[in-house]
Design a protein around this ligand. Structure first.
Ligand code: NAP
Ligand code: GLV
Length: 333
């Protein structure tokens, strides 16, 4: 009997065909709506492998129902949607999709930085609504990007790729990370500073740490107060890293100049969210990795991880490697 796999969203045929040769595959047949929780709770009972997206909360109560589950393959690099401790305790492997989305997400982060600094979305609305009557000296003026200081919080894969782009724009580079990155410091001329110092001296503060219990609300009222009045905050990591209420207050009180957000505490962000009312906030629907090529690579990598986990091989992107080292995983007993 083939192992059973559940896929939580309709995927391109070429990805599904690759899996269905080896596994009995069931898939939620909708491309744009997440699988309802009650459907997932039923489907997970018998499966050996789960292919999921960041929209699914894979928590302890769900895993408790999944007595055969050996691997959860998340189609994202961030895996804060999965209770990793519970998965590890139950011997369930968890994988993510690092690397393949790094450059695409760095592109989007820099695009958001430029769009926010130079008010591109506001300017388009200005033109289309017929407000453009003439050229005038201070019309739609923004912040210069070239020559400005960028502060990157989290100099990992994407943070480093962002730093390379910023260097090309002649920016001054500083970063804060829980560990020093001496090679990157040498290669990119980026300087390590404390979080407090970064917030004080940066013209652009870019958040690129993963969401964990240590980074939740890492940027709150206290941190926003330290920033320059002309500073721009860019968040393409996870919404919960920034306290949105505090951000709204900081923007309204003109403690900072603007924000560019690809991620929100609640996604999709409610349409009556106060941040959506501000002209100096550029908002995107979590599209950091959304190029056709990259999304295909993410899906393929998640499928490869799943395949490895269910055929006794070591998945390349295991985020709970302690399972294999002690031969504790359900797929490795
Ligand atoms: P990564 O390579 O793991 O980089 C994360 C960096 O954050 C690492 O350098 C890590 O330091 C640092 N870090 C972790 N916890 C920290 C803490 N408490 N304080 C300071 N620094 C800390 O990950 P990545 O591939 O660059 O991805 C980063 C995040 O971006 C993902 O987790 C995901 O949430 C988000 N993302 C969003 C999109 C989107 O569509 N908007 C797309 C892709 C990724 P160490 O080196 O010491 O571990
Ligand atoms: C997207 O947000 C990811 O973590 O891959």
């Amino acid at each position: 009997m083939k192992p059973k796999v559940y896929i939580t969203r309709k995927l391109p045929d070429q990805i599904v065909n690759g899996l269905s040769g080896n596994f009995e595959v069931t898939m939620w047949q909708d491309e744009t709506t997440p699988v309802p929780r009650e459907v997932l709770e039923k489907e997970i009972v018998e499966v050996d492998g789960l292919f999921c997206l960041l929209t699914e909360q894979i928590d302890e109560s769900l895993m408790e129902k999944a007595t055969n589950l050996k691997i959860i393959a998340n189609m994202a690099v961030g895996y804060n949607n999965i209770d990793l401790q519970s998965a590890t305790d139950k011997g369930i492997m968890v994988t993510n999709t690092p690397g393949v989305l790094t450059e695409t997400t760095a592109d989007l982060t820099f695009a958001l930085l430029l769009a926010t600094a130079r008010r591109l979305v506001e300017a388009t609305g200005y033109l289309k609504s017929g407000q453009w009557k003439t050229w005038s000296p201070m019309q739609l003026t923004g912040q210069d990007v070239h020559g400005a200081t960028i502060g990157i919080i989290g100099l990992g894969r994407i943070g480093k790729a962002l730093a390379k782009r910023a260097k090309g724009f002649d920016m001054n580079l500083v970063y804060y990370n829980r560990s020093r990155k001496l090679e990157e410091e040498k290669e990119l001329g980026i300087e390590f500073v404390s979080l407090e110092e970064l917030l004080k001296i940066s013209d652009f503060v870019c958040v690129l740490v993963p969401l964990t219990s240590q980074t939740s609300y890492m940027i709150g009222a206290e941190q926003l107060t330290l920033m320059k009045k002309t500073a721009v905050l860019i968040n393409t990591a996870r919404g919960d890293i920034v306290d949105e209420r505090a951000l709204y207050q900081a923007l309204v009180n003109q403690e900072i100049w603007a924000a560019g957000l690809d991620v929100f505490e609640e996604e999709p962000v409610p349409l009556d969210h106060p941040l959506l009312t501000l002209p100096n906030v550029v908002t995107l629907p979590h599209i950091g990795s959304a190029s056709i090529a990259t999304r295909m690579k993410m899906a393929s990598l998640a499928a490869e991880n799943l395949m490895a986990g269910l055929t006794g091989a070591l998945p390349g992107n295991l985020v709970n490697p302690e399972l294999t080292s002690v031969q504790k995983g359900r797929g490795h007993s």
